[in-house]
Write a protein that binds this ligand. Sequence first.
Ligand code: BES
Ligand code: MN
Ligand code: ZN
Length: 484
Amino acid sequence: MNVIIKDIKEAECACDALVLTLCEGEKADVYGETDASLKGLLSHVISTKEFEGKQNQLCLLHSMNSAGPERVLLAGLGKKEEITPERVRQAGGKAVSYLFGLGVKDIALSSAHLLPLGQSPMPFIEGGLLSLYRFRKYKKDKENAEGLERFTIVGKPDKTLFEAAGSVVATVSAVNLARDLVNTPSNDMTPAVLAKTAKGIARGKVSLKVLERSDAEKEGMGAYLSVARGSHEPPKFIVLRYEGVKGVPVALVGKSITFDSGGISIKPGEGMEKMKYDMAGGAVVLAVIKAAAEMRLPAHLLGVLPAAENLPGGGASKPGDVVSTTAGKTVEIISTDAEGRLALADAIAYVKKFRPAVIIDIATLTGACGVALGNEAIAMMGNDEATMERLEAAGDAVYERVWKMPLYDEYLEYIKSDVADLKNSGGRSGSLVTAGYFLKEFVGETPWVHLDIAGTAWTEKDRPYMTKGATGFGVRLLLNFLGR
Ligand code: BES
Ligand code: MN
Ligand code: ZN
């Protein structure tokens, strides 16, 4: 699918459907000669209040003209004073999925009614393209699989618009890659499959190294390896590097538990099928590296995915076991279900050797994250205020918002063990932040931010541009952060 930009009159845009946006209270005269060429159809539905420009409201009209757009879709943006890029994105999701449902695959959007409001047309396209994602890999009927044929922006082309269009397409395909990886069930998304996926990304400026179990043993990754002990799936410690520019790397570490049964501390059966999404952090990191390379971002990135499957097999770790770590600290395993921090602790210690400017880990780490923030925000913790502020701004811009949580020194008491240096669970009290604090103990002085996406990586209900299931949450956040 291509996004093209055409400097023509709205009425002359030959397409299956042309979308025109309107804010509540705006008059039909914003459509000028386009309304005239449609014999006053636009002003008619507005004056009869059939279409009022309410947020996410749609009104489909057929032009009945032999030239120009076959249909015109009016799309509401809500109150003018309250307009935000997110509202435009949602309108795009609603409008494009509606048109696609009608079989329309050649869609145009006029930027003329967005630019005067200080809004770019890009969020509309982003929301529109994101809304079309379906996970149909395992369905006999794959009919919806093909996307749009063409998306035209009617407006003045310029270099920035052109570049922005390219990055929207790359961003959406990265989000959809993450969604595909996460939605794929764990029998087909093992650590080995993740490693294979990483191999598919490694070319040009992206290089790959996969540490096998024996390599990880040599690195002293006792905590990470303890997670994989109960499974027949061999662990794969995946290290990607994208060297778009020389210089100090930014390290992205993604939790990559391809299935989290809880291990011996087994989870309740109800809802356990969802624990295939416990590699969502790793999926985000893979997708970000791929898109960064496609977009030629001027960045040097390390992507680390300590992949493993957490099962209660005969060799599995048991509560009370003590494991060693790359960093040298010992950890008492209180719960084999607190496996993410075990894998991440060794991954963080490993990546520190590359002396990154900052480590950002992204993980479906705690159930408490979803309890605290629901689907609406990523929980953020860290020792690097400047990066946290930048992430906050990047998240607000793309509406993948982050909310900062504290890492008070007092939390250390929660995770001190009687027999080892640390324990992997401090119990229920403060479990969102004690998980973060556990990681902090392996970070040392390196600037670091932890992002818990347990609440946001999966949605149970359809949203204006997100169908239920995996969301790819974190991809747009990190790409925007890296592109700033
Ligand atoms: N992967 C889970 C966290 C999770 C729960 C993610 C629900 C998404 C939805 C993690 O490994 C886990 O089990 N955490 C435990 C830790 C506890 C045993 C200290 C939790 O949060 O309950
Ligand atoms: Mn777990
Ligand atoms: Zn987990």
